[in-house]
Design a protein around this ligand. Structure first.
Ligand code: ATP
Ligand code: MG
Length: 556
């Protein structure tokens, strides 16, 4: 029996198309322009396109939309492929719009022959002036009625390099009075003497998006060409070219792009952040790029769950990044290996602890029955967090204070006897006693305490660096604020803690392992070369501290 699940509007269309026999194999494509790294918005489009073809037993092509020779680069091509595979998807064919330049040229010739395209010598300004406005019709170009023969000759000359950039364009001959501005004799080809990352110097004319995209879809027999809402007005032209050329009937469908708060999502803006060194490259863990999220420790599962959950909308909206973080936490809680790490330490000396270091046991992940256990050294001298001690605690303070007791996780209950201070009055050490009968798992002490602290034994502690991240922007929607979006960058988005103390089992931390540092959040090793140093990125905090802070700020 088929699942009685709510279908989204594209699934409804696809099921209808399969039922009516319009198509028998569902083919989608993901068409990035290789002019930047992919971001979480692209992840949404990837999950949608690959998800649909998978659900309906078809396939998805990865097609690089490389019709603009100036901004494209093979570095981007490689990163895009890596990111899609990391997200867990595999394309059937890898193609390039530039592979179709010869076919597209042939299509253009066919339209000229049908009297549906012409070479225009007008300057860009003249063309713009003749375009009209949404309420007034445009004017026909004086070159509009050139003969087919003359157009064929001029178009061939454009290709052979006879003219300089901007001297001529090829336009479709449609209707200068159309209420749809895109139908007012749109430009199909422009002259650009530029080196292309794949075709080199073979071409000096390049097709415009509208003349490349739909035709490439059709060549690849894409059935459902899914794009974002800004292409709604292009659809009429998409259909017009396919109808006039009498080629495979691909169809375009639109959904709302994903916008996330506290970040920007246009590649142009992200490139500025990289070039102006506001961030450490495209894969900086604060970036909304897929490579940044990977470096930060987000999992593909969490990103896919998030994309599924937000669904597809027909109206633009701003999604709260906390929702993405919710899915990240949810997944990491299931898979993360638990470890203890002290960020800002104060030393505890157990005055009644005699003898050598002993080994205690702690489970790697209480959420996972199949996970193992690790050995944790315990001894006379320990580090705990400085913030876990207060000399004069308020009521209901369950951490450590003079005379107070806490449990050390996986270990014993300790009691603080005395805070030792230096001449300046700063606390340097805590003298405590421990209850030998209170060992975790074998506690016969009968003592009950409310607080549990993480800790690290001093002589076996290893050191590491940790990096904590906050929102990259101070405001929810930096692109729609007054002035430059870069003025709204959060100056405190990165906090580096050079030396933290960790339990020794973290020495063997592996790339791609996910950790929960108890009470500190989820962490992963940085995937850049750190020259043998242990460097952990905080993926996300344990709780949504941000939402809490915001609420506090609002109440103040
Ligand atoms: P940007 O505006 O960030 O530069 P783009 O649309 O120019 O993005 P493309 O490389 O052309 O980027 O996009 C490839 C595919 O990803 C397109 O089908 C596009 O519609 C889709 N896409 C891009 N951004 C988003 C987004 N924020 N939400 C959903 N889909 C997106
Ligand atoms: Mg684009």
């Amino acid at each position: 029996m088929s699942e009685e699940k709510n279908l989204n509007f594209i699934e409804e269309i696809i099921e209808e198309d399969l039922k009516s026999g319009k198509y028998d194999c569902i083919v989608t494509r993901f068409p990035p322009e290789p002019n930047g790294y992919l971001h979480i918005g692209h992840a949404k489009a990837i999950c949608l396109n690959f998800g649909l073809s998978k659900k309906y037993g078809g396939y998805t092509n990865l097609r690089f939309d490389d019709t603009n020779p100036v901004t494209e680069d093979t570095e981007y091509v490689e990163s895009i492929k890596e990111d899609i595979q990391w997200l867990g998807f595999q394309w059937k064919n890898e193609s390039y719009a530039s592979d179709y330049f010869e076919t597209l040229y042939g299509y253009a010739v066919k339209l000229i022959e049908k009297g549906l395209a012409y070479v225009d010598d007008s300057t860009p300004d003249e063309i713009a002036a003749m375009k009209g406005t949404p309420t007034e019709p445009g004017k026909n170009s004086p070159y509009r009625d050139r003969s087919v023969e003359e157009n064929l000759r001029l178009f061939a000359d454009m290709r052979s390099g006879k003219y300089s950039d901007g001297a001529k364009v090829l336009r479709a001959k449609i209707d200068m009075a159309s209420p749809n501005m895109h139908m007012r004799d749109p430009i199909m080809y422009r002259i650009k003497h530029a080196h292309h990352h794949r075709t080199g110097d073979a071409w000096c004319i390049y097709p415009m998006y509208d003349f490349a995209h739909g035709q490439s879809d059709s060549i690849e027999q894409v059935t459902h060409s899914i794009c974002t809402l800004e292409f709604v007005p292009h659809r009429e032209l998409y259909d017009w070219f396919i109808t006039q050329l009498e080629i495979f009937p691909s169809h375009q469908y639109e959904f709302a792009r994903l916008n996330l708060n506290y970040t920007v999502m246009s590649k142009r803006k992200l490139l500025q952040l990289v070039n102006d060194k506001y961030v450490d490259g495209w894969n900086d863990p604060r970036m909304p790029t897929i490579s940044g999220m990977r470096r930060r420790g987000y999992t593909p599962e969490a990103i896919r769950d998030f994309c599924d959950r937000i669904g597809i909308a027909k109206r633009e909206n701003l999604i709260d990044i906390s929702l993405l973080e919710f899915f990240v936490r949810e997944h990491l809680n299931k898979i993360a290996i638990r470890r203890m790490v002290v960020f800002d330490s104060i030393k505890v000396v157990l005055t009644n602890y005699e003898g050598a270091v002993e080994m205690l046991e702690g489970e790697d992940n209480p959420e996972d029955e199949n996970s193992g256990k690790r050995q944790i050294p315990f001894g006379k001298e320990l580090y705990i967090e400085r913030e876990d001690f207060m000399e004069n605690p308020p009521k209901k303070y369950f951490r450590l204070y003079p005379g107070g007791m806490v449990r050390l996780k996986h270990a014993y209950i300790i009691k603080c006897e005395k805070a030792i201070k230096d001449e300046a009055g700063t606390i340097t050490e805590l003298h405590c006693t421990y209850i030998p009968e209170s060992k975790s798992g074998a506690d016969t002490s009968g003592v009950n305490v409310k607080g549990t602290l993480h800790w690290v034994e001093v002589t076996n502690a290893i050191t590491a660096e940790v990096r904590l991240y906050d929102r990259l922007f101070k405001v929810e929607d930096p692109q729609h604020e007054e002035g430059d979006f870069k003025d709204y960058i959060n100056p405190d988005s990165l906090q580096v803690i050079k030396t933290v103390y960790a339990e020794p089992s973290l020495k063997n931390a592996k790339m791609n392992d996910r950790y929960q540092f108890l009470r500190k959040g989820y962490f992963t090793l940085d995937n850049q070369d750190t020259h043998g140093r242990l460097l952990f990125n905080r993926t996300v905090t344990l709780k949504d501290a941000w939402a809490k802070e915001q609420k506090k700020a609002m109440n103040n």
